[in-house]
Write a protein of this length. Sequence first.
Length: 371
Amino acid sequence: MYHHHSSKGRLLKMQKFYFNTSYLLFCAFCSLLQVSYSSEMKIYVPVKDKICLIQKIGIRQEILNSIGIFLSAVSFKYCIAYSYSDFSPYNYSIFAYNEKARSCSPLYDIAEENIIDNCSEQLHDLQFYKVTHCLPAEGFMYSFEEEVEENVNKINAVKLKATAEICIVERHPFSENFLLKRIGMLFLNSLELCLAHCRVLSVPGKCHAVLFSAEEKVCLLLRQNQPLQSRDVMRKSESQLFTLNYCYYNMTESSERRYYNGTGIIINLRIGSMRVQCTVHQIPLLSEHMKHQCLLWNSKSFRYCIKFCARHFQANLCNAVYFEAEEKTCLHLLLNASEALNEYSESKRETVHFIEKCVEGIMYLNKHFLK
């Protein structure tokens, strides 16, 4: 009898021990999970040009059924930008993201205490995040990229089709972009186009560097007030910082000056309610012309390119265009009218369309009529 009670007592003690151990392990798991979930990540969000503090969180099962419409084919950083607002009543935002499907669903107007549950089971592909705060990138004091990038070619020659130039560009550590002044943001498909837009603004000394984010297709134009030190090692980053060191036009030009003897063509344009006739000459593109760049924009055709320049001709803002057919870019130039028809080069590889004059008048239908 005593042996029976003794065995039963030992069994109860062992069960209690296992229960306590399991409970402690469960609590330890929850604690580790909570630490893992509550630790903040710093992420640069190109669309907002901000450093956002992100927490990976859990969510109650009953909330899963109330998740709204998903945005598809978006990046994680775009999802952060789409869901976060500086004017949120809760001073944070919460969203769900499926990395495999690249889908995003912001969770609006849900109080934190109603959805956070760090020990709940999560759907494997669907993860939940809280954006606690977003800070302006300009002037940010800390580097947070960790993984070092090996064998980086810092200096490269890049062909810019939009400006018909070759530019020597230098890559710098991502963190150094925080020191530079922001002057504009564009959404462009390539680094080359991003550099070309900076190049156009570099003539008046407004742009010296770009921060390009390929996944989001965001081009940030930057002004450099002092030389970059490049003290930090190059670290892996989705957004890359480049400075324009110098550019040149790859062409041998003759020093001989002779007058362009072409007669040009008459192009009829309808600009608003006006009808104008413009005399346009096709002349060789010279390196000297690149000192007179005014504007670079995407144009679906040469017709729209020349028409937009003619619209600003009378205001003396544009009198020539360089249209690049492959990338469909239109570069506005303001050339010296008295010298534009003096040809300096034998090369006919690239040409500029120079508007000699535009006069208002009655037009008749012909092959040069542009609406």
